[in-house]
Design a protein around this ligand. Structure first.
Ligand code: GCU
Length: 674
């Protein structure tokens, strides 16, 4: 399959004279020829400069450096120095030379990509001095790819890691690794968290040689390969009768298995596990806890430096909709809070950003700020499962930013989610952020060309959370489409309004869902209302929302103060989350001064108007953007325009029919004659 270079498309020429004069690269490191990362760094610089300026940078070793030291020729120095923070880098200009310094070769590679970015955005100038260190130790992508080549919640074609139960390693894998590393992502899980069939065999001789090949390919770009693991592997591989984490036999089985796996794939980072969730096996079968399960694996992986990432997405998916006491939102917290401090140091709990499931708006998961003695990782989803499936544009970085900045009040300072997952709050080093990936084998990688901004942005924000969503968007536009001002303005407007628009024309005020069951695309207000999944809106003719206050399920009280009191109180709860926390009459006045029902009508009309404006602005770029991506995007934007109307009309009609309250502004709502 054909594939494009996305933001590593090095045809865009920076206008900066200083870099134009650079003619060689000098590597100041011992055995630099052996270091795959340094080799990749040199190759990337050469590729970029030949793309920008049409000529190859020559390579010299440090011993030869003098001969280049003339007034007319200037170089780029890649120097390994002791004493800097892991993965951090310095990039600076002095007397026409550029130096990239780091303590490790990953830092050098990141410095190289920084320099390339600077050139592409015309910021590589005389006197330039940049120092960067990643905020989060683990910056990870979770692919939900199946070995038959399909992708769970994949919206960009098939897998490029697997086909017909085989692992693929090819040119596309290398380009993927370059793209991923260029934004500082240092860990990748290649297979779906729902580990079934052939994927259970990834930890056996059947696949380990190929896993090794892939892990070496990744390692050359500083990326550690991880695998999702089937908790019941000892049984499903036909070797044991049970998977009880406290059984000696089971524990020994895992020890032997880990010895084999790490012997074959020494570079492997570790494993991601979804257990006791949505039908996946886990320790509950044996009346054991998640700590028992995770620690058994952690103990077996520890001698090899292996990390066990254990997901907290655990809830009862066989709920009775008539049962108003059970609250899915509580389940992650209730299942894990009592285990705080019971996990080994090489276990990380991976927590979804919200308590439900990647809705367009959710409160931050209360385990953040709840757990104080356990390694934690934030899980977000750039695969747009509930946010338009990469047919609608939804730039998610502004949402991630809000989540990262959320104050948990677990202590007086350094208490934001960002501080927790950076290791600042509790001094942890096994922590970070993971995103469920949005890539596939489509030529443009992400289905919607502009969905690549979420992949790009995720890496950038995990490395440098202080960057603004807008800065990241600008960078991505510039790198991908060059420096045309009109293109930049239009695409920036689209990206920065997309989440707001999507939220406005879909489920209102934090209630979420209202999608077609199973595939989660398009409106279906009652789609999940009488199902077993625990995702209800409880609308009747007077009002809507779930009472999660102390009088309801008590979920609001799981937060630390003052968050708990704010969420618990209808009057103080932010409008955006009101229906998540409370059952509210349609006539209730929001902080905006509007009633709930009028807010629903207004936002749905506004959401569509924003999309119309977005599409108009986009269409003015005809002839300014390369034709292929323009046409691909146009198709999606025209669909989004239509589909946003479908959302608007179904939601507005539903609430008009339920409430009988007309729109103050008399707009068309399909309520029939009353
Ligand atoms: C959602 C999604 C599933 C996925 C699950 C998970 O429920 O729809 O496809 O397996 O999340 O995160 O494990």
């Amino acid at each position: 399959m054909e594939f494009e270079q996305a933001w590593l498309n090095y045809t865009k020429k920076g206008s900066c004279d200083m870099v134009d004069q650079l003619t060689y690269i000098c590597v100041k490191a011992q055995n630099s020829g052996q270091d795959a990362l340094l080799k990749s760094s040199v190759a990337e610089l050469q590729r970029a400069f030949s793309g920008f300026f049409g000529r190859q940078l020559a390579l010299c070793r440090s011993s030869e450096a003098d001969k280049w030291d003339s007034k007319t020729e200037h170089g780029i120095y890649l120097a390994l120095l002791e004493g800097m923070q892991p993965e951090s880098y310095h990039v600076y200009e002095e007397n026409g030379e550029i130096t990239i310094e780091a303590s490790d070769s990953r830092g050098i590679l990141y410095g190289v990509f920084e320099l390339i970015r600077q050139v592409q955005t015309d910021r590589a100038r005389k006197g330039m001095k940049i120092f960067k260190a990643p905020a989060m130790p683990l910056r990870m992508l979770n692919h939900w790819d199946n070995m038959d080549g399909s992708i769970e919640r994949g919206y960009s074609g098939n897998s490029f890691f697997f086909q017909n139960d085989r692992i693929l390693v090819n040119e596309r894998t290398v380009t993927y690794a370059r793209l991923t590393a260029s934004v500082g992502i240092n860990a990748v899980v290649i297979n779906n968290v729902n580990v079934k069939d052939a994927a259970t065999w990834l930890i056996t001789e059947r696949y380990l040689d190929k896993v090794r090949e892939l892990s070496d390919t990744f390692a050359a770009y500083g990326i550690k390969l991880y695998l999702s693991l089937n908790y019941a592997a000892p049984i499903e591989l036909g070797e044991l009768e049970n998977a009880d984490p406290l059984s000696e036999e089971v524990r020994n089985w895992w020890k032997k298995r880990m010895a084999l796996v790490f012997d074959k794939v020494p570079n492997l980072g570790g494993f991601l596990i979804k257990a006791d969730s949505e039908g996946r096996p886990g320790p509950f079968t044996y009346s054991r806890t998640h700590a028992d399960g995770a620690n058994m694996l952690a103990e077996a992986a520890a001698p090899y430096g292996g990390i066990i990432i254990w997901r907290c997405f655990v809830y009862n998916c066989q709920q009775d909709w008539r049962d108003e006491k059970t609250d899915r939102a509580r389940s992650g917290y209730d299942n894990f809070i009592g285990l705080d401090g019971k996990f080994l140091d090489n276990v990380i709990l991976q927590i979804k950003n919200g308590p439900m499931d990647f809705q367009v708006r959710e409160p931050v998961h209360p385990l953040f700020g709840g757990l104080t003695q356990t390694n934690q990782m934030l899980e977000v989803q750039i695969a747009q499962e509930y946010t338009g499936q990469q047919r609608h544009l939804c730039y998610l970085i502004p949402m991630f930013q809000e989540i990262l900045k959320f104050r948990t009040y677990v202590q007086e300072t350094d208490d934001r989610v960002e501080d927790i997952v950076s290791g600042k709050t509790f001094g942890q080093h096994n922590c970070g952020m993971a995103a469920v990936a949005n890539t596939g084998d489509d030529a443009n990688w992400t289905g919607h060309d502009m969905a690549a901004a979420n992949w790009y942005g995720f890496g950038r924000i995990a490395f440098e959370p202080e960057l603004s969503a807008e800065e990241i968007a600008k960078e991505w536009i510039r790198l991908t489409y060059g420096d045309d001002k009109q293109v930049e303005e239009a695409l920036l407007f689209l990206l920065m309004h997309a989440w707001e628009a999507y939220e406005k024309y879909t489920a209102p005020l934090g209630i979420g869902w209202m999608v077609n069951p199973a595939y989660h695309y398009g409106p279906s207000v009652d789609g999940y209302e009488y199902s077993r999944w625990g995702t209800y809106h409880r609308a009747d003719h007077e009002g809507i929302g779930v009472d999660r206050s102390h009088e309801g399920t008590g979920y609001a009280c799981l937060y630390r103060e003052p968050n708990a009191s704010i969420y618990d109180d209808k009057e103080r709860c932010p409008d955006a989350l009101l229906l998540f926390f409370h059952h509210i009459p349609y006539t209730w006045k929001l902080k905006s001064g509007k009633t709930v029902i009028q807010h629903i009508y207004d936002t749905h009309f506004e959401g569509v108007a924003i999309v119309d404006d977005m599409v108009d602005r986009f269409m003015k770029l005809e002839g300014k953007l390369p034709e292929k991506p323009y046409l691909r995007m146009l198709k999606r934007f025209l669909h989004q325009k239509e589909h946003a109307r479908e959302w608007r009309d179904q939601i507005n009609t539903y609430f008009y029919r339920k409430s009988g309250i007309p729109d103050e502004k008399g707009r068309k709502i399909y309520g029939g004659v009353r």
